[in-house]
Design a protein around this ligand. Structure first.
Ligand SMILES: [Zn+2]
Length: 320
């Protein structure tokens, strides 16, 4: 079985410690997608972070492997390494230039969504005015399809995400998003979005963030409850896990340079009382408990294995 976490965040700093990755590896994870920047991070920071993470991965081949295919992930598993892919949270680092998609792919980026909470020239964010996918956005969908990267609709406006999924000729995922029917929040996704994702052949990955799970101290049980709801709606083959664990590090400032307006990116009107400082994540050992917990909500062992990674393996095989 391949265990796949579709999204997590280290400090956005080139010197970030990979100790959290070691913990995830010890908890049995085989593949993890690591965020290298959001729309609020300038390209200078994104590139610096990519260079730093790549150097750390290259310095520890006994532990880490930067991968670009499912075959690479399988090789890493056999070699006792954790496989790593990078992801971008927003299209702003693409500088309105579709050719940038291939460049980021060559640096290890395997997954991208087009807007981070707010609108940009490519797509709508989930906490902004609905406009729909722009003409440039349609070209970006084509560029991501052509480059063989995973298109992700997390953090994206509802209407815009439906248009992205309609325009894509490959399966589309939500790497970290939960059902709106279970928890009312702008970051969670409607039944229409969930059904549209499944119709592309894609996967909705359950986030482990407290406010999107609707509980102050989330556990594997909460993740399993959301996964079971999704499985009942669109079938277990369209459910995955993207716990979105965020790690900070004492003394490491990873804020974007210059004036950084937390209230713009995490608006109070959307329920972010103190930016994202009050959110809690599922514990790292969630990955050790997930198999049994998914089975405790009614999944067979083979179905739990699909949710924990089999479905994302299938999609990556089709897309990468
Ligand atoms: Zn995110």
């Amino acid at each position: 079985m391949i265990r796949w976490d579709a999204h997590m965040c280290l400090p956005l700093h080139p010197q970030a410690s990979f100790a959290p990755i070691d913990q995830l590896k010890a908890a049995g994870l085989n593949y993890v997608s690591i965020n290298v920047g959001m729309d609020m991070n300038p390209v200078s920071q994104v590139l610096s972070v990519i260079a730093g993470y790549r150097a750390t991965i290259a310095a520890h081949p006994e532990k880490y492997a930067l991968v670009s295919s499912v075959a690479d992930i399988e090789r890493a598993r056999v070699a006792g390494q954790i496989a790593i892919g990078l992801d971008l949270e927003g299209a702003m680092p693409l500088l309105e230039q579709p050719d940038m998609v291939v460049l980021y792919a060559s640096l290890g980026v395997r997954q991208i969504h087009f807007a981070y909470n707010r609108n940009n020239s490519v797509a709508d964010g989930c906490h902004d005015v609905e406009r729909g996918l722009t003409a440039l956005g349609r070209r970006m969908v084509q560029a991501v399809n052509d480059a063989g990267l995973l298109l992700d609709c997390s953090h994206t406006g509802r209407r815009c995400s439906l248009e992205i999924m309609e325009a894509s000729n490959k399966p589309v995922i939500f790497s970290h998003a939960n059902p709106l029917t279970l928890v009312e929040h702008g970051r969670n996704i409607s039944d229409a979005q969930i059904r549209a994702c499944a119709a592309t052949g894609g996967v909705v990955c359950v986030s482990g963030v407290s406010r999107f799970l609707g509980t102050p101290n989330p556990t594997a049980q909460d993740v399993a409850r959301h996964a079971a709801f999704l499985a009942d709606m669109v079938g277990v083959q369209h459910v995955g896990i993207g716990l979105d664990n965020g790690f900070s590090e004492e003394g490491l400032d990873d804020r974007p340079p210059g004036d950084f307006d937390r209230g713009f990116w995490w608006p109070e009107s959307a329920g972010y009382a103190r930016g994202i400082s009050d959110i809690r994540y599922t514990p790292v050992d969630t990955w050790e408990k997930l198999d049994a917990t998914l089975q405790s909500v009614g999944m067979r062992p083979d179905e739990a294995a699909l949710v924990m990674g089999g479905n994302m393996v299938r999609v990556a095989q089709q897309v990468w």
